[in-house]
Design a protein around this ligand. Structure first.
Ligand code: C2O
Ligand code: CU
Ligand code: CU
Length: 512
């Protein structure tokens, strides 16, 4: 409660005190002090200073719209402002084809995915507070193992208002069975466009029938705060340092939608955290969750978990088996402290209404038996150390803040090899680290949530986003396969990417 009373002037006073490394320390100290004085407050606060966001059950759950190919087999995506009903308020958001979230694109391993992107945003010379020209956009297929060169997943492609680009992605080496997503990636303006609404699901279909029989839903987690009829603007460096978290926390653009399930029924939920900076710790009242897939594909079998931390950019494929007891259960995001100024919140994401005739669906005994943890001697592999830090309104990797491809921390890899990357977090805030093109297996996580660390260091998961805990570190095994070209790695608190916590990855070699 008290924290809310902290004015922008006070924030700015803090910001002006910022010196190398000390900034987040200082903020943390203050955040802790305020938590402490707040005590186990009442009215609106739960135990331990946790804010409870528990809106009443809303309208029926809806999956995102489905994208439809045109007669030429191309998905057309128009980036355009559109009026969207956000929890009862008509707001002008940035959308793909008028939809919030964007429509689901589906493809299969072995296909060529073609997307025509059209930038219908208004022409402007206006710059944002970081000095970048607004309304330039492009398309990133987050999670796909595809070429980082034009006409595929290249960040060098940039569309001014009025421009059109034909993307084409060879999915010949793609992993089946995972949920990905698409979003803009023009350095310096990503956070505003993403916050404004630009993100949509991208499914690579399963090539197994293990999960085919279950009712399946896609859930795009996205938060937003409106000022009047527009997303709140980026007005201070605090927005970038901290990362924006919205007061409306939505599943597929709906606040606390109601999803029906029958007692005993199994459903598959494919979840992507498409929020700028909000972390979710997913938990379903009265139920376990069964993890069957992660960022990079399906797991060998079910992993029984009570809750799952999902940071910006991460995905989870889970099965839920409804209780025999017909009643409503809340799907929650439990309190988690990612550091910095973020408050601890418990949020009701959706209401699972369990009713009707009991069915007795059974859980699968195996999902993708081919999924394995890689076992190899890593002692002779090339090792990279990537140190993440923040100071004076900029993000850094190995001491360099990204400004353009010539002013960034860059390294070269050789196609066909394996590498060990060690990512070190020298700040008081968690950073979800993301690398394009090749997903990795997590070898170790130091610090942070222990359930998260033990999960991802033991299951056969392929990850393209991993939480690097505050003051902690992660090591991961990265295969550098199939696709040469210039690509990126960065923090997926997407504001941190815009202020420079990004580097370039130059993959050398001949395509196979
Ligand atoms: Cu979802 Cu380079 O990002
Ligand atoms: Cu990405
Ligand atoms: Cu970050």
């Amino acid at each position: 409660m008290k924290r809310k009373g902290m004015s922008r002037r006070e924030f700015m006073a803090l910001a002006s005190l910022a010196t190398a490394g000390g900034y987040l320390h200082l903020q943390n100290g203050i955040a802790r002090a305020m938590m402490g004085s707040g005590g186990m407050g009442g009215g609106g606060m739960g135990g331990g200073g946790t804010t409870i966001i528990n809106p009443p059950p809303g309208s029926p759950f809806k999956d995102p719209a489905e994208a439809v190919k045109n007669a030429l087999g191309v998905y057309e995506l128009a980036v355009q402002e559109a009026q969207v009903n956000v929890n009862g308020t008509w707001a002008t958001l940035l959308t793909y084809n008028g939809a919030f979230p964007g429509p689901t694109i589906r493809a299969r391993r072995g296909e060529t995915l073609r997307v025509q992107l059209k930038n219908f945003l208004p022409s402007t010379t206006e710059k944002n507070i970081l000095g970048h020209t607004k309304n330039i956009t492009n398309l990133h297929t987050h999670g796909l193992h595809v070429s980082p060169e034009p006409p595929a997943d290249s960040m060098m492609i940039q569309l001014k208002p009025g421009e059109i680009y034909d993307y084409s992605y060879d999915l010949g080496h793609e992993e089946p069975g995972h949920l990905n997503f698409y979003h803009p990636h023009v350095h310096g303006v990503v956070a505003e466009q993403y916050w404004g609404g630009l993100a949509g699901p991208l499914v690579i279909e399963d090539d197994t029938t293990a999960l085919a029989g279950y009712e399946t839903h896609i859930m795009v987690l996205k938060d937003l705060t409106l000022s009047g009829s527009a997303p709140t603007p980026y007005t201070s460096m605090m927005d970038y340092m901290h990362g924006k978290e919205g007061n409306l926390v939505m599943v597929n653009g709906q606040v606390n939608p109601v999803l029906n399930i029958r007692p005993g029924q199994v459903q598959r939920w494919r979840i992507v955290n498409a929020s700028n900076a909000r972390f979710y710790k997913l938990s379903l009242e009265g139920h376990s969750l069964y993890l069957v897939g992660t960022d990079g594909g399906l797991l060998d079998k079910l992993y029984h978990i009570s809750s799952l931390l999902l940071s910006p950019g991460e995905r989870a494929d889970i099965l839920v088996k409804a209780s025999r007891t017909a009643k409503s259960y809340r799907f929650l995001s439990l309190p988690y402290s990612r550091g910095g100024m973020s408050s601890q919140q418990q949020v009701t994401l959706l209401t699972l209404s369990c009713k009707g005739a009991t069915v007795n669906s059974s859980l699968p005994t195996s999902v993708n038996p081919g999924a394995k943890r890689v076992v190899m001697d890593t002692s002779m592999l090339p090792r990279r150390t990537l140190t993440l830090s923040m100071m004076q309104g900029r993000g850094y990797i190995n001491g360099i803040s990204f400004t353009d491809m010539d002013h960034t921390y860059k390294f070269m890899s050789h196609l066909g090899g394996w590498e060990v990357w060690e990512i070190i977090n020298q700040s008081g805030m968690d950073h979800p680290f993301h690398q394009h093109v090749n997903s990795a297996q997590i070898l170790s996580i130091t610090g942070g949530d222990s359930a998260y660390a033990s999960l991802y260091t033991t299951i056969p998961a392929w990850k393209d986003v991993v939480i690097v805990p505050k003051w902690g570190k992660v090591t991961m095994l990265v295969p550098v396969m199939d696709w040469p070209g210039m690509t990126m790695f960065h923090c997926h608190i997407i504001e941190h990417e815009d202020i420079g916590m990004m580097g370039a990855w130059d993959i050398m070699g001949m395509p196979m």
